[in-house]
Ligand binder design. Structure first.
Ligand SMILES: [Zn+2]
Length: 183
């Protein structure tokens, strides 16, 4: 079945439209591309309103997420599998096109790391943290990282008292937040 999109006027296969039982032919009036574009534009224009709404309805959104968690997870897995090659190719291109940016970031990180070395740190104890992280990763089959509790990028020290071993997943969630505490 071929449908004409009311937005771009192009004639496209029915797979290019969202299913919508309310409509006569069972499909959306505009094609997926047009609706996605519209959604993107809407999100950009109403960025601040959306942010405010999300902040005011945190609990509601959280409850909604937990109720539909399995569907979300299934969809994101499906999306990842479907777009894996595309994503990898994109990352490859990004690295290629942003060599200068990535290099300067690496240099900055190196400088930060050097600056963050605490003069009274105990290298032996610090090594224990890294050994522990490696051993936990091997034994449990989950990746662990040594994390700087107060992030180096925010002026934290590379010192044994500022280190903790946490899972990589948690570490990514934490990233450079300073108000993130483990229970
Ligand atoms: Zn269209």
């Amino acid at each position: 079945m071929i449908i004409q999109c009311i937005k771009c006027d192009k004639e496209k296969q029915k797979e290019e439209y969202y299913k919508k039982s309310k409509n006569k032919n069972g499909y959306s009036l505009a094609c997926k591309d047009c609706l996605r574009k519209q959604m993107r534009e809407y999100n950009i224009i109403h960025k601040n309103d959306i942010k405010k709404y999300n902040q005011n309805n945190k609990e509601l959104l959280r409850a909604y997420y937990h109720k539909n968690k399995s569907i979300f997870l299934k969809n994101s897995k499906k999306y990842y599998i479907k777009n894996r090659e595309k994503h990898l190719e994109y990352m490859k291109q990004y690295r290629k096109n942003n060599k200068g940016r990535i290099n300067s970031l690496n240099i900055r990180n190196k400088k930060n790391r050097k600056k963050s070395l605490h003069p009274q740190r105990n290298e032996k104890i610090i090594k224990v943290f890294y050994d522990m992280s490696n051993r936990l990763s091997k034994c449990l089959g989950i990746k662990f990282n040594v994390d700087h509790i107060f992030p180096i990028s925010k002026g934290g020290w590379h010192h044994e008292e500022n280190l903790q071993v946490i899972t990589e997943v948690l570490n990514k969630k934490k990233s450079a937040k300073t108000d993130f505490f483990l229970l």
